[in-house]
Design a protein around this ligand. Sequence first.
Ligand code: IPD
Length: 264
Amino acid sequence: MALRSALMTVMVAAAEKAAKALKRDFGEVENLQVSRKGPSDFVTAADTKTEKTLVAELSKARPNFGFVLEEGGVIAGSDGEHRWIIDPIDGTTNFLHGIPHFAMSIALQRADRIIAGVVYNPITEDWFIAENGTGAFHNNRRMRVSARKSLDDVIVATGIPFKGRPGHEEFLEQSARVMGATAGLRRFGTASLDLAFVAAGRFDAFWEMGLKPWDIAAGILLVQEAGGFVTDLHGPASPLDTGNILATNAEIQAPLRRVILGTP
Ligand code: IPD
């Protein structure tokens, strides 16, 4: 892995520690697929356990920082400026079904800025890391977003709002337009990895509505540090606040937004 700051060393060590139990739990989930009740309680326990380990490890290293947690909510720190934003298992549905495409997502926010991010798939051992101003890395390799310019050539990732939830109908219209204008649509089920794949130039873009800060905080920095653009889908607000995100390479942001939103 590229030369790491002390801060990144702390983040990676916390993820490595939490990954040990999580890998074991994933093996167990694969066995539980055949049970009638299914593994859902077990997965909830794995999620909570992973988050507790991450909180304990990060608190040991930086005792004053606060937390924004998918499971545990907001924990104020005595340092009012810094907080960790954490999703212990992003891609819970994949995990639940024994699909090895999920990740821990850990971001550090200082005031309004995300200054460091780690997205780690413990099964494939893919590390995606970034720090503000120093680039984004996939394992040892610097990441760059793709250079594709024509919508005809791009692969676009997305997430689907669950049936019955706000935005489902709107999503169907958006995705029909995107399918008609691009080389293809992908729904892999883990927003943090979708963003990491945009940063790595695998996907040319990603959009989704209704996401939470812990799904996207680390991934936003990955894309930005890899030379891409991340905005709110509709306007100037921060996607961390709205949950509606568009992440693209530098070339296709405006035309893809028009296609998604159906604007001229
Ligand atoms: C989910 C994943 C998924 C996205 C959902 C998120 P979770 O996060 O990131 O890709 O489509 O909107 O809720 O619940 O697995 O942590």
